[in-house]
Design a protein around this ligand. Structure first.
Ligand code: FEO
Length: 396
């Protein structure tokens, strides 16, 4: 990965690892970094780059692209997506190769002008249009909202490689091999799901439409613009996207609490015990103050049920819990069982806010709702246990 790497016939990975950014979109932590995968296809009559990388990585990307071109001119840049993590170097490529033509779709055009002031040499394509590079015929399919309106994927009909951009992408920089069969599945799957829940999950209904559209292609490899490249078992990764976009949760639960002095935490622990007593062993217990929401979103996406327990803060929901509810409502996963509980001292507020969240979420609420004054007594904790048990039984 320190150099241009051939990943299929005439096809090169020319991407970079970003181990410097702490946050993706300045929102989501990157403890293992992130990769911006970009590619080059060297046809017999023309060459094409598939996307670029984030701006600060110009020198590294450009050097790899030159290695892949091996003295040839770059004829086309296929712009699958205009977000700057992939489109950061478009203008620079044009300055290096003034005859360069850009391939995008109608919705790419205003973004290309807006970000880079480019209005000329843009070839707009529609679904099914082709570009012949000599020995490699590319075809294009728009996948609007995966992840922006102009997003599209590019398919090499010769090699069967789908350049899927954000779709099938994941957090995590490359740490050796680029491919799925060179890496540990549990590791990339976790980071792929966290990426899905945070970035793509809001558009899960559109993922279903896109999967149907892409099923017409004879896909051999899936090369996304983030994370692992897939060549070993394409069906496995397509199945994951199918499952996540249908909200098919596994038999497990997430219990999230917001607690200042440990009282709501003890309620959450009673909920966990109840879930476990029902026979469910997969339980993630998270402190909303100390766990980044991306990990909570990931596990809520993964499992069938979740519970939210919050203390009251200045008559409202505890701020870290409020942040989680807001992120959930923005990309609301469906088909989940939900339990809620609140606590208060000098003013109520948390449970009312969680009831409002539950109503907006349209999820299946499991009772009892629990509201505790100051510190939970034995009866309160028993109610929390019952809530957990009912959630566990719903899961099973
Ligand atoms: Fe990886 Fe939506 O950009």
């Amino acid at each position: 990965m320190y150099k241009a790497t051939q990943v299929n016939k005439d096809t090169w990975w020319v991407g970079v690892n970003d181990k410097e950014s702490d946050m993706f979109e300045s929102l989501w932590p990157l403890p293992q970094g992130v990769a911006y995968n970009a590619y080059a296809i060297i046809g017999s009559t023309a060459t094409a780059a598939i996307d670029t990388v984030k701006g600060p990585y110009h020198d590294e990307y450009y050097s790899k692209l030159l290695q892949a071109l091996n003295g040839r001119t770059l004829n086309y840049l296929v712009i699958n997506h205009m977000e700057p993590d992939h489109a950061g170097l478009i203008a620079q490529l044009k300055s290096k190769w003034p005859m360069l033509k850009f391939i995008g779709n109608a919705k790419t055009v205003p973004l290309l002008k807006g970000y880079h002031g480019i209005e000329h040499d843009v070839l707009t394509v529609k679904d099914g249009d082709t570009l012949d590079l000599g020995g490699h015929v590319l075809t294009f399919a728009t996948v609007p909202m995966l992840h922006w309106p102009e997003s599209m994927v590019t398919f090499d009909t010769t090699t069967g490689v789908l350049f899927s951009n954000d779709s099938f992408g994941g957090f995590g920089a490359h740490e050796g091999g680029l491919f799925d069969d060179q890496t540990v599945k549990a590791r990339w799957e976790d980071e792929m799901l966290r990426y899905y829940a945070c970035i793509v999950g809001k558009y899960s209904n559109i993922v279903q439409v896109a999967l149907k559209k892409l099923s017409a292609l004879k896909i051999q490899n899936i090369f996304p613009s983030h994370g692992v490249l897939f060549r070993k078992d394409i069906n496995q990764v397509i199945s994951l996207y199918d499952k996540w976009s249908k909200f098919e949760g596994e038999k497990g639960a997430v219990v999230v609490y917001g607690s200042m002095y440990g009282n709501t935490r003890r309620m959450a622990e009673a909920v966990c015990s109840g879930i476990n007593a029902a026979g469910v062993n997969e339980i993630s217990l998270y402190d909303a103050s100390r766990t980044d929401p991306s990990y909570i979103l990931r596990d809520i996406w993964k499992f069938k049920a979740f519970a939210l327990l919050s203390c009251t803060y200045n008559t409202l929901l505890y701020p870290p819990m409020e942040a989680i509810c807001s992120k959930l409502l923005n990309r609301m996963p469906k088909n989940k069982f939900l339990g809620i509980a609140g606590s208060y001292s000098w003013s109520k507020g948390a449970l009312t806010a969680l009831q409002d969240f539950a109503e907006k979420s349209k999820l299946t609420k499991i009772g009892p709702e629990v509201e505790v004054y100051t510190s939970p007594n034995a009866e309160d904790l028993q109610k929390c246990f019952e809530l957990g048990k009912n959630l566990g039984e719903a899961i099973l």
